[in-house]
Design a protein around this ligand. Structure first.
Ligand code: A2P
Length: 332
């Protein structure tokens, strides 16, 4: 028998990508239900040749029987509705940050820590987009050399802030005076070192997500992570400059070999042929791309790398659907 799946936030940037990916992958789905706010009720979405009407998200709807509910409608919606759905026996894969650090709630990147899903039912958290792509690249290197310290700077696409942010950039490309609504400053022809809210220690919430989610997923809170997260005027695809200090001195060729053979990673590293990943090239793919691998000039235990992935796919929708696939495999 096929699955009954619901998408909450079905009209959003990530929600619509979830529907697209459900259509592409092999999961057998008997029934797909779509939920959003009053504004979208009655709109239809095509899914495998069928027109599906968007329904209003209500508490009663979340108490109905679903095999999986994919949530991507913001933290407030997840805070209120995910526990109601889970209480009713449904498994929720939540893309918001609401439940990620809650003890007992698995935070999962299927290439890295699928084992935490064995026998689990309830709310599962999908990690932050920048964290997902970073840990896909880091996990196999941590296993081999032990990572002591990570210094990461991100170059994040506007689609990570939702549909409204894509529209804001499109409008500012046409008219530089188009007002800043989603961002605090103009995003067109600019870069903004401010993602999510600031904390008293000077870091943003996005930066601290990269610290604590990395610890939880890699099951090692001794890794020293220092993040600077930056929004740039790119529509799709997050890039990251990652500096890694290991407990021992690695060989660059061995790092390349490890990454070449790691699940979900594509090595794209041949400077002589200008071969390194960029957001445009990796858009619409599900892998994490790594290039520009080089040794630190001073510290023999340290390397730099460049990591790029499609933030709406591997950074959100694909990862969430891979979580469902892992859970289904464990049930077999
Ligand atoms: P709607 O389009 O009806 O407002 P994005 O991340 O691209 O901004 O999308 C957010 C998604 O979450 C949209 O599908 C949006 O629906 C949905 N959403 C936001 N707030 C609510 C809410 N209170 N109840 C249900 N869906 C919501």
């Amino acid at each position: 028998m096929g699955l009954t799946v619901g998408v909450v936030g079905a009209t959003g940037a990530v929600g619509s990508k979830m529907i697209e990916i459900l259509e592409e992958r092999k999961l057998t789905i008997d029934k797909l239900r779509l939920f959003a706010s009053q504004k979208s009720v009655g709109n239809t979405v095509d899914f495998r040749g069928e027109k599906i009407e968007v329904e209003l998200l209500t508490e009663d709807a979340m108490k109905e029987k679903f095999d999986y509910l994919l949530f991507s409608a913001g933290g407030g919606v997840s805070e209120k509705y995910a526990p109601i759905a889970a209480e009713a026996g449904n498994t929720v894969v939540d893309n918001s940050s609401q439940w990620r650090m809650t003890e007992g709630i698995p935070l999962v990147v299927p290439e890295v820590n699928p084992h935490v899903l064995k026998g689990y039912q309830g709310i599962v958290a999908n990690p932050n987009c920048s964290t997902i792509q970073m840990v896909v690249a880091l996990a196999p290197l941590h296993k081999r050399y032990g990572i002591k310290r990570v210094v990461v700077s991100t170059y994040q696409a506007v689609s990570g802030s939702g549909h409204k942010a894509i529209v804001e950039l499109q409008n500012q490309v046409q008219d530089e005076n188009y007002p800043n609504k989603v961002y605090t400053k103009q995003i067109f022809a600019n870069c903004i070192p401010h993602i999510d809210v600031f904390y008293d220690n000077g870091y943003t919430k996005e930066e601290l997500k990269m610290v604590y989610e990395t610890h939880k997923i890699l099951e090692d809170d001794k890794i020293q992570v220092n993040a600077t997260t930056v929004r740039i005027p790119v529509y799709y695809g997050h890039s990251e400059s990652v500096y890694l200090e290991f407990n021992e001195a690695p060989e660059i060729n061995e790092i390349k070999e490890i990454l070449r053979n790691s699940p979900g990673v594509v090595l794209m590293d041949n400077p002589a042929e200008n071969c390194y990943p960029t957001p445009r090239e990796v858009a619409n793919t599900d892998e994490t791309y790594v290039g520009r691998i080089r040794k630190d000039l001073y510290n023999p235990n340290a390397v730099s790398l460049w990591v790029v992935a499609d933030n709406l796919r591997k950074g959100a929708a694909t990862n969430a659907i891979q979580i469902i696939e892992v859970m289904e495999n464990y049930k077999r």
